[in-house]
Design a protein around this ligand. Structure first.
Ligand SMILES: *Cc1c(COP(=O)(O)O)cnc(C)c1O
Length: 406
């Protein structure tokens, strides 16, 4: 048993935490499936999924089992030694994807950091220092380290921290002509989110990803897909690249990969991986046995025909009802996204007010997400029960009714 702990409240956040977040007024203390309870015992339905992380909901027995079994065995050894869960996880990811090699880390930003460093390293080794330019897309999001905010290129995340990483340019998303005009033999990599997540759940067009693939091949540039948000079943395929049928050279994964336990992965081919020779890159915690044991269990459940087909069926259920609600209350004009990454684009009258929708939903006992100020985002558990979808969308409709009548 652990020692008794002093009570804490939301107000403590403002006393003892760095003020870089503005968390909701309640504190969740327990979860089961797609339900969460707060300190006061109030129950909420969770369509936020910890921002596309809780891929199997809360306290899924397979994940609790994997975590506790590993917790009783071995937590950490560092990368001076390898470990069984990491090797099993790498085998699973290699077997299920284009990749031959995996690198494990602890977050999406770190997976992208490794991807960008690998791309630059490969170009440096093969072509020399001139070929180091990275092309990313406007409004992309790749994490919060200095390299990843520089590649993301959004001033609200990257300005005010001194000099940025240079050699990075940004072209409009889904605009193949713009990419064609920007790419050159100095380009080492093009990085794309197959669906822009944070910036409004904007899916790529198939022709755009195909065209990007061709342009990269023509200019000896690597195609990087940031699948931190779209990966691990979210689209109804294990990874979004499989949904689109366009294969990258490097793929980054995190969020859903650990189902709530921190882990990230960079996947790539053998030919590219060899450029990260011993000592070129690393992380103390990356591939730690606890994280990898949980991720193994996540993949065992998610990468099955039943769960992946279920994602597509649940998408239809969400979409049909959300379109109906959007129309009835004049709240949104479009419901977009793939699988269980869904964005509702607010109508002219509600533009900029995604936070109001978030607050109204919370009052009805429902957790949703924003994706920028103009889009309400849903990223629930992939195994959310149909009854929970119905109940959650009933709550959402009540929120929409109250909000639009106020
Ligand atoms: C969340 C996210 C990241 C950053 O992941 P962290 O684990 O927060 O570092 C990177 N790319 C995309 C597409 C994301 O959605």
């Amino acid at each position: 048993m652990s020692a008794p702990q002093a009570p804490v409240h939301r107000a403590d956040f403002d006393q003892v935490m760095v003020p870089n977040y503005a968390p909701a007024a309640f504190i969740p203390v327990r979860g089961a499936g797609s339900r969460v309870w707060d300190q006061a015992g109030r129950e909420l339905i969770d369509f936020a999924g910890g921002i596309a992380v809780n891929v199997l909901g809360h306290a899924h027995p397979a994940l609790v089992g994997a975590l506790t079994e590993q917790a009783n065995k071995l937590w950490h050894v560092s990368n001076v030694f390898t470990n069984e869960p990491a090797l099993r996880l790498a085998h699973k990811l290699v077997d299920a994807t284009f990749a031959d090699r995996a690198f494990f880390c602890n977050s999406g930003a770190e997976a992208n950091e490794a991807a960008f460093k690998l791309a630059r390293r490969v170009a440096h080794d093969r072509f020399g220092p001139e070929k180091h330019e990275i092309i990313a897309t406007v409004n992309s999001f790749h994490g919060r380290t200095l390299f990843t905010v520089s590649v993301g290129g959004q001033p609200k995340y990257s300005d005010g921290f001194g000099p940025k990483i240079t050699g990075i340019s940004h072209v409009p998303y889904n605009d193949l002509e713009a990419l064609k005009a920007q790419i050159s033999d100095k380009t080492c990599a093009v990085v794309i989110e197959p669906i822009q997540g944070e910036s409004g759940v904007v899916p790529a067009d198939v022709a755009y990803l195909q065209g990007a693939r061709e342009l990269c091949d023509k200019h000896n540039a690597l195609l990087i897909f940031d699948e931190v948000q779209t990966g691990v079943g979210r689209t109804g395929s294990l990874f979004a690249y499989q949904h689109y049928g366009v294969t990258p050279d490097i793929l980054s994964s995190a969020k859903s990969l650990g189902g709530g336990f921190p882990i990230g992965a960079m996947l790539t081919t053998e030919d590219l991986a060899k450029h990260l020779a011993v000592g070129t890159h690393g992380t103390t915690y990356g591939g730690n046995p606890l994280a990898c044991a949980v991720a193994n269990a996540v993949l065992d459940v998610v990468n099955t025909p039943e769960v992946l087909a279920g994602v597509k069926a649940k998408h239809q259920k969400f979409k049909a009802r959300l379109e109906q609600i959007g129309e009835k209350y004049g709240l949104f004009t479009q419901v977009r996204g793939v699988g269980l990454l869904i964005g509702c684009v607010l109508s002219e009258a509600w533009k900029g007010k995604a936070k109001d929708v978030f607050n109204a939903a919370e009052k009805e006992g429902l957790m949703v997400l924003q994706a920028g100020p103009d889009v309400v985002r849903f990223a629930p558990s992939l195994v959310v029960e149909d009854a929970d979808i119905d109940e959650g969308l009933d709550r959402f409709e009540r929120a929409a009714a109250k909000l639009t009548q106020a």
